[in-house]
Design a protein around this ligand. Structure first.
Ligand code: ZN
Length: 228
């Protein structure tokens, strides 16, 4: 049976208050049931997250309030702290709490090589390989005209200024191999090649450890074209 959060005596009291002329809204306000507004606000704010619909948002809100209030408090504090402290690196655009991120200020890195990625997550993936010792420019997105994301939104001018600062000699395009990622790479490559820079693209090929018969045909075709 559903447990009411009010006692029987309180509910009888509310009925009497209504009989005495108070409106439902006034009774609700008096007994703090406007908390439901706070719950609704929580659900709506969770819905702001990508891929979260109304049902998932409700599930998350109920979970936090029912089983993990401490986690909810920590989450709220982390959100406040992150939104107040995290900003973009002035040089590479990635997230940092300082003017320049730790990669940009690392003088062991090769400043003549600039790798362009879509997101900090992509940058982390490349860093984990330990195969690249140059610097990065993080677009924080990709060109996507249908979503209204144009060159200004991903800081292309800032990238062009950086790439032509006289230090950078090679720009490695490591945007994703999606239609938007390829289009973004194409636009950047055209602009930078026109300025006489060496522009390269991550190679596409057969995944390490895979057997050819199980690899999709598109990947095999690209691997053949980009063979070396
Ligand atoms: Zn940086």
């Amino acid at each position: 049976m559903r447990k009411s959060r009010f006692t029987e005596t309180q509910i009888i009291g509310m009925i009497k208050e209504q009989e005495a002329g108070l409106t439902v809204a006034e009774v609700c306000r008096k007994h703090g049931t406007r908390d439901v507004d706070a719950l609704e606000a929580l659900v709506q704010s969770l819905r702001r997250l990508p891929g979260v619909g109304i049902k998932s948002a409700q599930r998350m809100a109920f979970h936090l309030l029912q089983h993990d209030r401490e986690g909810a408090q920590l989450m709220a504090q982390a959100l406040l702290q992150a939104t107040a402290q995290v900003r973009h690196c002035q040089q590479c655009h990635t997230f940092t709490e300082k003017d320049l991120c730790s990669t940009c200020t690392d003088d062991r890195r090769d400043a003549t090589k600039l790798c362009v990625v879509e997101t900090p997550a992509d940058q982390s993936a490349l860093e984990r390989t330990a195969a690249f010792k140059g610097l990065y420019f993080v677009l924080m997105g990709r060109l996507s005209p249908l979503d209204g994301i144009g060159p200004k939104d991903i800081g292309l001018q800032k990238l062009f200024d950086r790439a032509t600062d006289g230090v950078v000699q090679e720009v490695i395009l490591a945007t994703n191999f999606t239609a938007e990622g390829e289009a973004t790479a194409h636009v950047i490559a055209q602009a930078l090649k026109a300025k006489g820079l060496q522009v390269t693209r991550l190679a596409r090929g057969v995944p390490a450890g895979s057997e050819l018969e199980y690899v999709d045909l598109g990947t095999i075709a690209h691997a053949l074209v980009d063979r070396r």
